[in-house]
Unconditional design. Sequence first.
Length: 274
Amino acid sequence: MTLFAIGDIQGCATQFDRLLARIDFDAQRDHLWLVGDLVNRGPQSLSVLRRVAGLGKAVTSVLGNHDLHLLAAAAGGRQSAPSDTFQDVLAAEDRDQLIDWLRHRPLLHWDQDKHRVLVHAGLPPPWSVEEAAARAADVEALLRSPAWPEFVRNMYGNSPTAWSKRLDAAAARRYTINALTRMRFCDALGQLEFAHAGPPGSQPGGLMPWFDVPGRRASDVHVVFGHWAALGLLQRDDLTALDSGCVWGQSLTAVALDPPGPAVSVACQSAQPR
């Protein structure tokens, strides 16, 4: 059995299938970790959702910001943007089953035995992995409840950017979603910053990648994440970053985590203008 992790698919079903063939993935033998953003910007969101859901227990996929955006659109609380390409999901005959499947995905998956975490964007510097898991579980419970439409209609906003145990419940959940699905850069105190999405080194002074903030509390686990196409593939002892920009015409990448193996990529055609 091999555990593979794959970066942001974003509706690129053809490339996803090609990559599964390249790594000789067998759902009866192997397991997949997917970093989220299954849908949107690429042309085949519906095919991706059906394909991943059909893999059943052979896949663990966390929620990304584009997946949450689809849930909000399905709940009638968010207008689609011109760049959105998940209308095929919203119009599908199995829409309700797919939306239910998607909203039951975790925000964070923690393999305690392997000291490894799967999450879309990362773990905010002020949080231990235990706190991140607890905060994610709180949001997951709402997404899986009958109250999910109202929750996703009201989850948007760029504040708060700093964590405090004094935040009220709504603000704490908004911070949780933003940190786990949207984070890239932080300041030295771990405060979130959403204006810059370029590669490390392009940010204004005083900002740094979330994983380089001094004293980051969850540095004792290996974090597998995506979300940051400008960062690309990055492998260090403490992290594996996997968004290699398929939807932007670069590549879709898989990495074998157990047993460890080299990165494998397939080329992609751009689905979105920069």
